[in-house]
Design a protein around this ligand. Sequence first.
Ligand code: NOJ
Ligand code: NOJ
Length: 462
Amino acid sequence: MRPLKALFKILMIAGVVLAPFASASSGSIRMMPLEKWLPQQEQISVKNLLRNISPAGTAKGAVVASPSRQNPDYWYHWVRDAALVMSVIVDQFSMTSVPEKKAYYMDLMWDYTEFSRLNQMTPTPSGGPGEPKFHVDGTPFVGPWGRPQNDGPALRALTLMKFARILISESKTEDIRRISSMIKYDLEFVSHHWREACFDLWEEIKGHHFYTLIVQHQSLVEGSSYLSLLGDNGAAEWYRKQAEEIKGELNKFWDNERAVIVSTRNRVGGIDYKKSNLDSSVLLGVLHAGVSDIFSVDDPKVQSTVLKLKQTFRTLYSINQSGPSAAAIGRYPEDKYDGYSSAGEGNPWILITNGFAEYFYRLSRTYLQRKRIIVTPANKPFFKDLGFDLTVGVIDQSDRRFSGLIERLQSEGDEYLVRVKYHIDSDGQMSEQMNRWSGYLQGARDLTWSYASFLTALQSRL
Ligand code: NOJ
Ligand code: NOJ
């Protein structure tokens, strides 16, 4: 490491960069205006997230889900969490123009890439890249677990492609070759195995999942254009065809009677008590797929599902009966995982509540780009819930209701961040969950994915 870069790393990790904020208290965070809190929490989130990449005692490139080593033990490299976190690192690289920071983030990306290559090459219990988690030294976790989880390779391919596009823009031929073989390894797996049942992102149900399929779909869509860019037209065509077929499967998740996109079909194993089949993972799938040509943020089916989730969690959790106007959101209503054991009571999650903020920000951006809002019978109740009683039809940007709606969507997004701000620790620490009765944080502390979700939400804010 070059001296400047090393110094930067030490400063980041020592928190010197954050010294002015060191004395915030819970009360003061709660009272702080949102605009003041956001940049402060941004710095804290970046710093705490970085602390969980290659921390002492792990192999380079390992991303621990949380520093918590017991109750719960999250001291592992989860393929899913790591991909979502490293996608944020690529964003950080792109957003900064400070050469030392760029070099530092570039190093992290390579560390992650090399660690992932090791994961890909290691024989695992599930026998392929759907293995959910690895020890921090890169050896596979072989104990009993819900495996495979086939969203992992799709998410990893998406992050590696995002990284590779930077390398392409810099014409790093040798590096591109190295990373492309890894991307193709994951995409080959996805394109040949997406029909198989696997465990969901919550590691609980074996079957076909909306979340898994939509990120798989996106990885193949992007993979197809990536490979044609590299001149590998055979693979590009095969991925495109598979993506098209996944689309057909995804459409089957829409339950017209209940007006929701359900989370799982064809369950073959795992927990059996998620009777509602209503799950925030559907929204996370839409967000993690990025700009998708199916189930985009402004799809009335997605909006209808978001409304159902909002209404369900608003009444389910006691903390939502007071405090900020937006509800803290959980995984699914029947959830029993309390962050320590599955014999407990489910709670709202920080990364999901942040996800709701991101959703409303992205929806308002999408409408601004499209310059119009289409109201259908399926999304009419969604707008009604936001205080807009609209008739079916088109509202274009010259309509005075257009800007009112845009503003309303943005303030709705803000409200979810205000909700998170209301419950997090005085030092900006974000655990996995917020207790549904008291609002206090619980479950794995410093959950890396919680910070990543805050940063992507913030990035979507106008
Ligand atoms: C830990 C998993 O990560 C969590 O998602 C799950 O709810 C519990 N184990 C119970 O299976
Ligand atoms: C439990 C969550 O359900 C799962 O999605 C996540 O990968 C692990 N915890 C690690 O954060």
